[in-house]
Design a protein around this ligand. Structure first.
Ligand code: AMP
Ligand code: MG
Length: 417
């Protein structure tokens, strides 16, 4: 462990991997029980409470996928083209009569297949003869250009799993099934505050050595995008008593308490002691850069996460610590963050045994594999490094160095919430 000695090491013991840390916390978190019934217009972004089984098949009925001519596959021309009389015309929304054997039906996209017909010729592939009959070419496969009932979703099949964070396409699926309302979990309530004597609210009077609070706005915005309800509890002084009473108060009416700053090992980092005064701390160290250390605990039954004060560390640890816990509290299925392969345009050295995140922008390359360009500076306090890049390169615990041209995993910022 000696090679990992750093500010976390002061806590003693082994560093915990990100996955171990999150698994530990997730195991202690129970999803909120409350359920609301929402209209489809309100459901986007919410967590589906119960599995949704299709009350009807999709498509609802067999229909044509093209504008053309429908017939029974028993009548398909096999060895040579053959001319057919048109026995009916079926528009979208119209009812079809059963197909008369030896004839074809003029049919349009989305129109119901006549009973007995199972194959459709595209209108582009046929020839209308002078006598009004239609010449069909040979060689079309039975079932072509037809959408059978239930080919998308069979009646009774699982359409949307419980715990799905609904996206526009899920809302569309529910609508297609004829549903008007969905049962979703209530939003989780998260208390957010910043800590530090040096931190003041944007717009407030500021001493020379004070800075404007950015973390609270970043964290609240991230949480809102994840569907949480936020209580903005402002900025707390570096004072153990003030912190512990604020924590105890926040625990009463929230499902999660999220703070930033004050979790290092310095004499003026009081969060650890404050949590221990009103609750318990389950974990302190995590092998992740930027971002260590992160505090996690429980205050009066409410989970607490204390993120580092440096904005970039706060942002990265949000994705890896807060996000999975928010999902668990919200009753959502785990959504592992999957890095996409890109090509490194930079050289980098790192410590083995810890996971590191490098801020990078993507550029097009000639062979189609995007090129990841590293932000030129690495400080954990550089907000511009987050604002001007596209995502994070994830360098796993095993990696010691990256050379230009190597394949590395990229996480677009949108995948981190
Ligand atoms: P700390 O984690 O309290 O040691 O703070 C680490 C660094 O982050 C210090 O430079 C702080 O000034 C800075 N910092 C702490 N809280 C915030 C905040 N809410 N917004 C922006 N920077 C902060
Ligand atoms: Mg501080």
């Amino acid at each position: 462990m000696a090679q990992l000695s750093d500010d976390c090491f002061a806590f003693g013991g082994a560093l915990m991997s990100v996955d171990e840390a999150v698994a530990l916390i997730r195991a202690r978190v129970t999803a909120v029980a409350g359920i609301e019934q929402l209209s489809l217009q309100e459901a986007d972004g919410r967590v589906l409470a119960d599995a949704l089984h299709a009350p009807v098949p999709l498509p609802l009925f067999a229909n044509s996928a093209v504008d053309g001519y429908a017939l029974s596959s028993a009548d398909l021309p096999k060895d040579a083209p053959r001319a057919f009389a048109v026995s009916q015309r079926i528009q979208a929304g119209a009812r079809a009569a059963p197909i008369m054997p030896g004839t074809i039906a003029r049919i349009f996209t989305g129109a119901p297949m006549p009973a007995g017909a199972d194959t459709v010729f595209m209108q582009e592939d046929v020839e209308i003869q002078a006598d009004g009959r239609v010449l069909l070419p040979k060689g079309l496969k039975p079932g072509a250009n037809m959408r059978p009932a239930g080919e998308d979703v069979a009646k009774g099949a699982l359409a949307i799993a419980a715990g799905t964070r609904l996206r526009p396409q899920h809302v569309a699926l529910a609508a297609a099934l004829g549903l008007t309302r969905l049962d979703v979990r209530r939003r989780i309530r998260v208390a957010v505050f910043s800590t530090g004597n040096e931190v003041v609210a944007p717009g407030a009077p500021r001493d020379d050595a004070q800075l404007f609070d950015s973390n609270r706005f970043m964290l609240a915005a991230l949480l809102r995008r994840m569907g949480c309800e936020i209580s903005d509890l402002g900025i707390l002084r570096d004072d153990r008593a003030a912190l512990s009473s604020a924590l105890a108060d926040a625990a009463q009416a929230h499902d999660l308490i999220l703070t930033s700053g004050g979790v290092s090992t310095g004499e003026e980092d009081h969060m650890r002691a404050a949590v221990e005064q009103v609750g318990s701390l389950v974990l302190w160290r995590m092998a992740i850069k930027p971002g260590r250390p992160v505090a996690m605990g429980v205050v009066a039954g409410t989970p607490f996460i204390g993120l580092p004060g440096n904005p970039v560390a706060s942002f990265v640890t949000f994705a890896y610590v807060v996000r999975p816990i928010v999902l668990a509290l919200a009753g959502a299925l785990p959504e592992p963050i999957v890095a996409l392969p890109v090509r490194a345009d930079f050289a980098y050295r790192k410590k083995k045994g810890r996971r590191e995140y490098v801020r990078a922008s993507l550029q097009k390359s000639s062979d189609g594999i995007p090129l990841a360009v590293k932000f030129p500076r690495e400080g954990a306090g550089l907000l511009s490094s987050l604002a001007e890049t596209d995502g994070l390169i994830e360098l796993g615990e095993e990696i010691e160095k990256v050379s230009p041209g190597e394949s590395v995993g990229f996480l677009p910022y949108a995948s981190l919430i």
